[in-house]
Design a protein around this ligand. Structure first.
Ligand code: PLP
Length: 400
């Protein structure tokens, strides 16, 4: 039979998707499933954004879009970068794509030669290493333990760099841990990067507005202007404006890189959906109030979730300062048996047993490169979260 490409071998379904698929099967069987496995805002897209898209469609903005994005959106992004992040990008240093995912794909496709290395702090968003491998590069995972607040330290970065290093990927606030790199954390990395001029830096700031406890988000390009031409500042509307389905992400970076990324985009997707671009433009311009109220809700849930998990036996819950995830450690549960007799040898076993026995879906830390932990997305209704916490608490109590 016709063969698939050899690059397809060794590609497993990401655990995040696998858990969601299993949850869906159980749901279809009529089970009362709660899924906290996906990093997807539960809020509706702000009305003003939907209206922006709707109006644009009625007005005929339904032709092929410019490859790099509509000027109106690029101007809104330029203003956002300047005012919120303190970074100046010319319009030809900005591009729009089908989500951060496509920005990542374009950037790696445009730069990676076979065997090039990409340094990825672990725990990481699963798409980073998958995409690196997909494009022929080698992901270099650097484990950032809980005692360091899951943050990459300068000495670790230094040790990981080789002549083959092409990129460093940073993601603050982080998926899956919610960790926030402080200004000092970032400046320490900048010192190392400064003397390694062959390295590009992918700064994924998609969770910048979900930041709590008075912490501030710092854009790397603003902190290190001398590295600006090597930094790709990346953001999108999926999380900030609860718009994941609209598929709009964007980036600011040096013209040479943006131009190469646009070549790839031009020959793969022809750019991002025109109607979505209009919706994103409206969101960036007019939806600040909604962003604030969602942030308050996330913060309230974060506090409830960390309190609930901290009270569970065998679970230790660090307090994340950003994004909408908690990443509790479950070392105290390893080696125990569930009420139905399943042995929990690792976090994957924990997540599977939890889903089968209580119908709550979470993702094991192994999927993100650091065990034994769970990643729990609290982008869900308060009542749902309470019910989930109760079920997990009981599940843990019954371990023996
Ligand atoms: N970057 C990080 C760190 C994420 O967690 C996610 C979504 O889970 C994305 C990017 C995806 O962004 P987009 O919806 O813009 O493709």
């Amino acid at each position: 039979e016709p063969a698939l490409a050899s690059r397809m071998s060794g590609f497993e379904t990401p655990a995040t998707i696998a858990m969601s698929m299993r949850a869906r099967v159980l749901k279809a069987e009529g089970k009362n499933v709660i899924s906290l496995a996906l990093g997807q805002p539960d809020f509706l897209t702000p009305k003003i954004a939907i209206e922006g898209g709707y109006q644009a469609a009625l007005e005929g903005k339904t032709k092929y879009p410019p490859i790099d994005g509509f000027l109106s959106l690029k101007k809104a992004i330029q203003k956002k970068f300047k005012e919120e992040n303190g970074v100046d990008y010319a319009l030809d240093e900005i591009m729009v794509a089908n989500g951060v995912k496509q920005i990542l794909f374009n950037a790696l496709m445009a730069t990676l030669d076979p065997e090039d290395e990409v340094i990825i702090p672990a725990p990481y968003w699963t798409s980073y290493p998958i995409m690196v491998r997909f494009l022929g590069g080698n992901p270099v995972h650097v484990v950032c333990p809980e005692k360091d607040n899951f943050v990459l330290k300068a000495r670790q970065l230094k040790a990981a760099i080789t002549p083959k290093t092409k990129w460093l990927i940073l993601n603050s606030p982080s998926n899956p841990t919610g960790a926030v790199w402080t200004k000092e954390d970032l400046l320490a990395l900048v010192e190392v990067l400064r003397i390694n001029p062959q390295i590009w830096i992918f700064s994924d700031e998609i969770y910048e507005h979900l930041i709590f406890d008075g912490q501030r988000h710092h854009s790397l390009a603003a902190l290190a202007p001398e590295l600006k031409d090597r930094i790709l500042t990346v953001n999108g509307v999926s999380k900030t404006f609860a718009m994941p389905g609209w598929r709009i992400g964007y980036a600011g970076g040096v013209k040479r890189l943006i131009r190469a990324m646009l070549k790839i985009q031009s020959n793969s997707t022809s750019g991002a959906c025109s109607v979505s671009q209009a919706a994103a433009t409206a969101a960036l311009q007019y939806a600040q109030k909604e962003v604030e109220s969602m942030k308050l809700a996330y913060d309230r849930r974060r506090k409830k979730m960390t309190a609930a998990f901290s009270a569970m036996n065998g679970i230790s819950c660090n307090i994340p300062q950003g994004a909408f995830y908690i990443y509790p450690g479950i070392a105290g549960c390893i080696g125990k048996k569930t009420a139905q007799g399943r042995l929990i040898a690792n976090d994957q076993d924990f997540a599977e047993a939890l889903l089968e026995e209580t119908y709550v879906a979470v993702v094991p830390g192994s999927a993100f490169g650091l065990s034994p932990y769970l990643r729990i997305a609290y982008a869900a209704d308060d009542v749902v979260l309470e019910e989930a916490c109760q079920r997990i608490s009981q599940f843990v109590q019954e371990l023996s």
